[in-house]
Design a protein around this ligand. Structure first.
Ligand code: ADP
Ligand code: ZN
Length: 292
């Protein structure tokens, strides 16, 4: 069986075909402009491909409440044209197949726990540290939605001493995204993040904020593993720094085996930046199974 997968982002829409093993058979990237233009292009791509179901991992905020009149919509995004856009409904109507819908980060998490190194784990948090910061959460084997979906990227940070950067988030200034996203790094240091690889102080500070997020996550959700993905985490030196600073902040408060093996506890994404699209394949598989 062939499944359709869509990783819907603010700059590009990655459309792909995958099989039940998560193998990506082909993919195409479509530029995200306005819904009137972009959505028909996506529908066109999938139309003659005989897909059994479609899975969408989508930028947000989105409505995931199946009882809601606006289920499947992108809701309050500042991205011009996309506010109140019925992306899942439109594609389901055009393609006539079962359609799974979740956040992009829940999608990436699902990719990792279905096809990646975290296969089989049931309590996992996945952070993406990129243009924005977002978190996908699985607890007891279920993706967490709740009232809306996680907005852990906007948890409030304690300012690191000596850091007077104003913060990049227009809503909270000094939240995790405001202090630690790619654009925050660039604005704070006046250079692209990738060009700052050799500057130790950049990654020390970055890790100090990420470690706060790790501690908050551990204390609230008690995950068995935390996966860190996204462009900024391509700076691999961050992992050791984040692990160390997380333990330091926890200050021996928690005595569990997972935290004694930090290399297996805070880990990089394992699917070579395909976790999002592979997760969307899994969303399609689940939508198919549900409607069968
Ligand atoms: P997006 O979040 O837009 O989907 P990414 O996850 O690639 O995409 O994140 C983009 C952000 O990550 C940019 O701010 C960019 O500067 C930063 N980034 C991308 N690659 C690297 C790298 N190798 N090192 C550090 N920062 C990076
Ligand atoms: Zn914020």
């Amino acid at each position: 069986m062939i499944f359709g997968a869509l990783e819907a982002g603010g700059t590009k829409m990655v459309c792909a075909l995958g099989d039940e093993n998560g193998t990506i058979l082909e993919q195409k990237s479509i530029k995200t402009t306005l819904p009137e233009e972009t959505l028909p292009q996506i529908a066109e791509y999938f139309k003659d491909k005989k897909i059994a179901a479609l899975g969408i991992g989508c930028f947000g905020p989105i409505d995931l409440n199946k009882e809601s009149k606006t289920y499947g919509y992108i809701t309050s995004t500042p991205k011009p044209g996309w506010k109140n856009c019925d992306i899942a409904g439109y594609l389901k109507r055009e393609l006539g197949v079962p359609t799974g819908f979740d956040t992009d980060v829940n999608g990436s998490l699902l990719g990792e726990v279905t096809f990646g190194d975290s296969k089989g784990l049931s309590d996992v948090v996945y952070y993406t540290i990129g243009t924005g910061v977002g978190a996908g959460i699985m607890t007891g084997g279920r993706l967490l939605h709740g009232m809306l979906h996680s907005e852990a990227g906007h948890m409030i940070m304690e300012r690191v001493e000596g850091d007077d950067y104003k913060g990049h988030c227009p809503f909270h200034h000094t939240c995790l995204e405001g202090m630690a996203s790619g654009p925050a790094i660039e604005e704070r240091w006046g250079k692209k993040a990738i060009e700052l690889s050799e500057r130790d102080e950049v990654w020390e500070l970055e890790a100090a904020y990420l470690a706060q997020a790790m501690v908050n996550t551990i204390c609230i959700l008690s995950p068995k593993r935390i996966i860190l993905g996204g462009g900024v985490m391509h700076q691999m030196q961050l992992f050791e720094l984040v692990r160390e600073k997380t333990l330091k902040r926890l200050n021996n408060y928690l005595n569990v085996p997972e935290l004694k093996d930090m290399e297996k506890y805070i880990v990089p994404a394992s699917l070579h930046d395909d976790q999002g699209i592979m997760g969307a394949v899994k969303l399609a598989i689940d939508a198919y199974d549900e409607e069968k």
